[in-house]
Design a protein. Sequence first.
Lengths: 727, 475
Amino acid sequence: MSKLSFRARALDAAKPLPIYRNGDIPDLNDCVSINRAVPQMPTGMEKEEESEHHLQRAICAQQVFREKRDSMVIPVPEVEGSITYYDRLYKGDFRQTKQLIHIQPFGLDNEQPDYDMDSEDEMLLNRLNRKMELKPLQFEVMVDRLEKASGNQLVTLQEAKLLLNEDDYLLKSVYDYWVRKRKNCRGPSLTPQVKQEKRDGSTNNDAYVAFRRRTEKMQTRKNRKNDEASYEKMLKLRREFSRTVTILEMIKKREKSKRELLHLTLEVVEKRYQMGDFSGEVLKEVSAPLAEKAVFPAPVCLPNGNRHKMESKIKTHKQQPSHPTRHLSAHSEPRFDFTRPHRKYGRRPRLDAAPRPPGRPPQRPHAIADGDIKQYDFHSSGEEDSPLSPSSEPDEENDPDGAFIFRRRDGCHYLAPLGEQRWCSPPGLAWLADPGQRNSLTALSVPRRWVGVSHRRLGRGGRIVLDRTSSDLDRALRLLDPDVFCPSTASVTHHHMHTDTHVNAATHTPPAARTNPQCSLAQLLSNIQACRVRYFRPRPLHENGKEGSKKDALQHDDRKGRGTFAVANNSRTSLSGGITEEQFQSHQQQLEQMKQQQIAQSIHQQGVQPQGLQLPQTMQHIPALPERSHSHVTTMVSTDSVSKTLDSASAHFAASAVVSAPNQESKPHRAGINGILPCQGPRQTKFGRPAAGASSTSSVRPSGGPPRPAPGVPQSLPHGLGPLSSG
Amino acid sequence: LTSVVELVEGCRLPVLRKNQENEDEWPLAEILSVKEVPGKKLYYVHYIDFNKRLDEWVTPDRLDMKKLQFPKKEAKTPTKNGLPGSRPSSPDRDVVRDHTGSLLPTTFCAYLSTAQCPRSTNLHPTLTLKIVRCQMNGTTRRLVPSQPGRKRKNCGTDEDSQDSLDGIPSAPRMTGSLVSDRSHDDIVTRMKNIDCIELGRHRLKPWYFSPYPQELTTLPILYLCEFCLKYLKSLKCLQRHLTKCNLRHPPGNEIYRKGTISFFEIDGRKNKTYSQNLCLLAKCFLDHKTLYYDTDPFLFYVMTEYDSKGFHIVGYFSKEKESTEDYNVACILTLPPYQRRGYGKLLIEFSYELSKVEGKTGTPEKPLSDLGLLSYRSYWSQTILEILMDLKSDNGERPQITINEISEITSVKKEDVISTLQYLNLINYYKGQYILTLSEDIVDGHERAMQKRHLRIDPKCLHFTPKDWSKRGKW
């Protein structure tokens, strides 16, 4: 045998190895086993264990015998087979399926209690069962719930009662038993559980803590750097989904309540009908004792189809408290905005976030009012049954109220709106100046008279609806000449430029009015003249607009009767009161001029075309226009024979609306097609109905409850103009 | 002669035990713990050079007091636990080691921390007293605990008992981390904590520590539901549980069935409860398994045997969904009642069948246990020999094959192929090149072994589509 005198090459895994059988190599002795040229592979065992006696013995045995020898196997602790009761314990009725078993995800968790009754429990059960029926499963469910509701602190009996919907005696027995058992229990829970880690790291070395979560450092293997981020996103998603579930549950609850109310109302009405209580006498008699939570016979349906306006009616007069500071909030009107509740969870905390308590002295009246308005928002959505409302954070984008936005705060109890009380007990004139309130002195052109205090809103089809309010000025106003304030062009331009500050100015005046309400009429008038208090009056009619305006006026009158409860109100348009008659007037004059120019121009360019044919098309593209013309146009367009019914007056208004946008630029011919510039949203405020302007700024918001002008007013104008200019 | 009372942890002495031939043997053992039950003392002993699974509680009459060695004074250079052996490290274990990385507590500290933990005091009734005494004396006796860690053998068993007179005062060791709980941890995890587990028709004696809820560790028998593996403290509870548990198979998809043998795939993330219960049970028989972290990144393949009661668990292996080190098995276990009947090899074979479907080679995660090493070696040997012996020479040439080809065919990682060839002593150098020689006894031994190997995996019965777990959101 030759001594290995050369250096063997390394074993190459890619190189073919010829296979020799024993007899194939006659000179086998020449064959050198040079395993040492091949790097010795580790066994993969812990070094110390590798040398253990039984293993070494077994390895040797295998090397020698090439197979296992029973005496040489590694000994292990014994196993005891054949448990005698096994067959009784496990039922032998399982049949194998033909197909491979495929489990459904989520199909596994049946709602069985984790707790398993022991023999001690069985004794209790036997004892209890002498008096009542208590099934083992029922008992286990009870204990299971108690266990799961208890952390270190056991649930109290009161909590247990809420937790378990059981008979009192049974509950008490089980609860007492559970408390006793739990106290004697050695483990942290009656259902033994693997010890869980504590987040403070104190359990890092606890041998009994197992299955720690891998969150501190997710196993970021290659290609999954973003795992942690996505994990957190999922967590967030989960949180938000669970919120959604909560909200939906609340909605469900609310809708149920509503249905119940409807049924009850129906029942009441039927009963009254049977009784012949047509005058409401009986009802009044019956409901007198219930005054505190007075119920009105029927939910009031508004003409615009609003379905949640009962509150203002339902709230009782008697509840009218003598909160002197409450009045501010009391004047706000509930308005339900469907989009609202879903936006509760904004992101950014804001500095001025804290909602002011309703009872706080109104140093900044409008701010408080805003808060209260929202507060009623909440309630008008019917969520009274959950008095502790979740906090809310409206997004700025959709809330022109800016810093004064109301946000619900967690855990606060928000009171229901006080409804009509405000009309009955006018607290003064302060609120008139409150831009948040949108109430203003109002006069009508036809018939020429004061309406009193009211606020405007846009009704269906662009109609103006005046919600009238009674005040102690009513009598005085009735005698007043509506034309007492003559609009002056001079003042118009002034206000034009100061629209923004206008509102603020108004807020500064009220203190005087508030402190001294009685001497207020004269002061008020002067305030109005000084534009410190809002005053609204429709623009005097143009000759050719008369017919339509009459209709308008009629509509106003129609609505006036219901004013007090027709309470749709865009409470968030804080600028709403900021437009005066003067501004309105001057704009109309400007519009008139521009319109004439425009018409002349278009006629000049396109030859004479019947206006009536063009305009309807145009108008169809313009969903919202300054209110008056709009109300006409929509009326007209809705009929089939558009061109026939579009009278000259309407056409006139429509035209004025069309041109109104560029007009306010004061440079009508500056640029754009045919001298018409794309409108810029905010400008709209100054001549259009204020709310329209406001909504154009908040065009992102999906349309709320009451009909409003479609959001895209400014944007749609250029399109609308297309046919006019080029067609 | 020293009295029994003076036996403390760390003492070594011959202890009577029966070997497999039921003969008396007196292997040297180390006392790891002492406890008093009414009427007598019990000693938890570890037989030196025997696997931990044979550690047990013994009565004093099994101790040979004549040859008692007291703990050595100086041998206590604290040893590092979990010294990496010849295995490459796995990420998981590395984390654990880093966590407990403040190694090397002084023995004294070890005692302190043991004493500070009220739960362990019942294990060391005398210990606390001693420490108190030490502290009151203002002196520190070198209290020598059992040397945890795997280097204990290095302490030598043949040393005389020169320092057996404990009580030589020396300065307290103030170096080392006081708070390191690893030693305490170790004394806890070194000892079996469950006496007996009843699973289905079997009663199993656990081999190692398992972190079942601590309140259950005092029970004479821990009851497990055979199908969902839920742990219960009493037979009554198990009965009650069985009225509610309608599982008759592991809660996963059956991906293999041939005859009565089935395999179920369980996602450690989707089926946490079962996965955890399975791990707790498996830990009883796997020394190096860690349950430190959750089961999310693992898949569990449970092998079952079917009868009219349902699919009974025989064994399982776990597998990382994504392994960076080519591991195709993390932990693997045949439950003791089914051991030595070919199921282990079946499990291993199945794991390689999965790798074949995946088109990868794989290797089991290290460290291997003694039984693991034997099983894998046996599987590798048989698999490789099967290939080598089936090779036919075409056109009169000597058959030949590369290691890479063997690896590709079998999905056994190259290194494992080489180590097996080495182990079987097949690689030889002949006339300037490496050759494989199949000796007579190798061939015979293989043929005999293959005759006994009835249980085989039939790849046709496998219905398995590997998932790409690297895709986002899959695990």
